[in-house]
Write a protein of this length. Structure first.
Length: 300
């Protein structure tokens, strides 16, 4: 296993993020699903310079992207968006794509369970063919019930794997399974060799070690099922707006000039209360590595 990290949690130049990851011992990045934003050749050069790899990408299902939508045009656009993300991963010599099928934050269905399942299987099957041809493994990520409604548990993602193809996998997120699974360690065992990626955050979505997770047991369980991929940091620190705030340097007050689309800015604000300062974000990245690096055999 090795340490990786998403870069959607703070709007900053990719150059800054990659340099920070290298500084704190991370070995790869799981880049935001923004194929139109990144010049793959430039990013590849940055990764080579800092001795990092691209582990993969994660879909950003915002702004109406929804593969289980009742609107056919929305579904078609969403499928094409995911295909573009797969192209970005391939261009960066990445391994995997984390796929969130539904629009994040949408918790009301558009149609019957039968219709939505049919649409989802059709769309993911189309994506699966493209990914297989490009050598990118897709993993379905269940989200908690407050962010999605169709795929919220590991067994549901596995049912989608059964319906689509043998190489479709599952991505587990420590934060989401803490909410939805009866036993988070058994959910890892249930997924087993279909585990494509593991997203790291503590039970309160702070970095590893700043909640109540037993990370020794988490890592031991991942090793037990033979997982040797990335531990991909996806912490989203809640910003406290009360006098009880323990991190007064966390909140970015100047949002002007941020190079980020309005829907993504809204997504970040909705998930973490606001944009984090670079100082606080840097600390989060650092403490996450300090907790996890001693626990893993970095062999990737």
């Amino acid at each position: 296993m090795h340490l990786s990290m998403h870069n959607w949690m703070r709007a900053e130049p990719i150059e800054t993020t990659i340099a920070r990851l290298a500084k704190y011992g991370y070995k790869s990045i799981e880049i935001s699903g923004e194929a139109e934003k990144y010049d793959a050749k430039h990013v590849r050069g940055l990764l080579d310079h800092y001795g990092l790899n691209c582990w993969g990408s994660v879909t950003l299902m915002v702004g109406g992207r929804n593969m289980q939508s009742g609107d056919e045009a929305t579904r078609a656009k969403s499928v094409q968006y995911v295909k573009d993300c797969i192209g970005l991963v391939s261009d960066l010599d990445g391994k995997i794509l984390t796929l969130v099928p539904g629009e994040v934050g949408k918790i009301t269905p558009d149609s019957t369970p039968e219709n939505e399942w049919k649409w989802l299987v059709e769309g993911v099957s189309e994506i699966y063919e493209v990914a297989e041809a490009k050598g990118v493994r897709v993993g379905i990520e269940p989200l908690n019930r407050f962010e999605s409604y169709l795929i919220t548990r590991a067994e549901q993602a596995l049912a989608l794997c059964d319906a689509v193809g043998p190489n479709l996998g599952v991505v587990l997120d420590a934060f989401h399974i803490n909410i939805e699974e009866k036993d988070l360690f058994e959910s890892i065992r249930l997924v087993g060799d279909k585990l494509v990626d593991f997203h790291v955050a503590d039970n309160n979505r702070m970095p590893a070690g700043y909640g109540d997770y037993d990370w020794n047991k988490v890592i031991a369980t991942l090793k037990e099922v033979g997982y040797d991929g990335a531990l991909t940091a996806e912490f989203v620190a809640p910003v406290d707006r009360t006098p009880a705030n323990k991190y007064p340097n966390a909140l970015e007050t100047n949002l002007e000039g941020l190079d980020i689309p309005a829907d993504q800015l809204k997504f970040i604000i909705d998930h973490g209360s606001s944009i984090l300062t670079e100082e606080f974000y840097d600390w989060l990245v650092k403490v996450n590595s300090e907790t996890l690096l001693p626990l893993i055999n970095d062999t990737w």
